[in-house]
Write a protein that binds this ligand. Sequence first.
Ligand SMILES: Nc1ncnc2c1ncn2[C@@H]1O[C@H](COP(=O)(O)OP(=O)(O)OP(=O)(O)O)[C@@H](O)[C@H]1O
Ligand SMILES: [Mg+2]
Length: 293
Amino acid sequence: MAGQVNIDLPRPRGEGQLRSEGPVIKVEHLTKRYGDKVVLDDISFELARGRVYVIMGPSGCGKSTLLRMMIGAEAPDAGRVLLDGVDITTADKRTREEARRKFGVLFQSSALLNGLTVAENVALPIAQHTDLLRSTIDLMVRLKLELVGMGDAADKFPYEISGGMKKRAGLARAIALDPAIVFYDEPSAGLDPVMVGVIDKLIKDLTSKLGITSVVITHEMPSIFRIADEAIMLYGGKIVFQGSPGALRNSSSPLVRQFINGDPEGPINAPRQLAELSERLFGSGRAPAGGAS
Ligand SMILES: Nc1ncnc2c1ncn2[C@@H]1O[C@H](COP(=O)(O)OP(=O)(O)OP(=O)(O)O)[C@@H](O)[C@H]1O
Ligand SMILES: [Mg+2]
């Protein structure tokens, strides 16, 4: 009808919001094996709402595996994950789909679709999961891009933007549906220190301003101390540390100390092939006789 103003109200908030009063995520006795290798060995912890949790630990210790289990993307061999009180590990497709509305994920690769612009990438989950009008979706996309400082790059394609911008675009997409929880798998990998700081601040702001619970997998020590309300360190399939950044800094655990100091010697085994390669190239660490000092 001529002159009609196209106003559609966003559907009532709530679909992506938390229903239970309890922990946002409860991991109970989670165990995962690949072949003979036990990657997660009877892991249990709880995450409260509105806080930043960092999951850390050496490469291959099972951080991404734990993440996949927390979002219901892969089934554990034993134990379960309650996401907002719902067992996501045994949920049927419909229940998983409902749970899916409660969280966003920023994957390590950013996983943007190259054939779509930044704005179209952010619009995708909204179009997939709601029946909102294009005009409303555009508005939501603008808002999310502004939030991550990417308002000017809306019409660029992923190959036209830098790694840091890709991360921020991925973050805008992860929060497109106003999730209660955001998972980040190494959000700062490959970024310069200033951009790492920018991403850290974004994670902090989203958590405090939007009340989001953030679960951040990272190796970046400065980030861990900047953003974490609580850190969880995995090693050998177990949780070897759980506590505040202050407690992490003061921990006397040799595993924790080696990890936060980046010490090549210690109880954390570097991959054997790497140790052997180093031995072949440089010898066993003794200075060659008559060599330069
Ligand atoms: N689908 C799979 N099939 C077989 N083994 C797997 C599979 N996924 C992970 N693994 C193994 O499980 C272990 C943990 O892998 P995971 O990717 O969770 O480690 P990570 O802590 O995320 O490491 P990084 O810091 O390098 O990302 C590794 O030994 C890995 O090879
Ligand atoms: Mg990983």
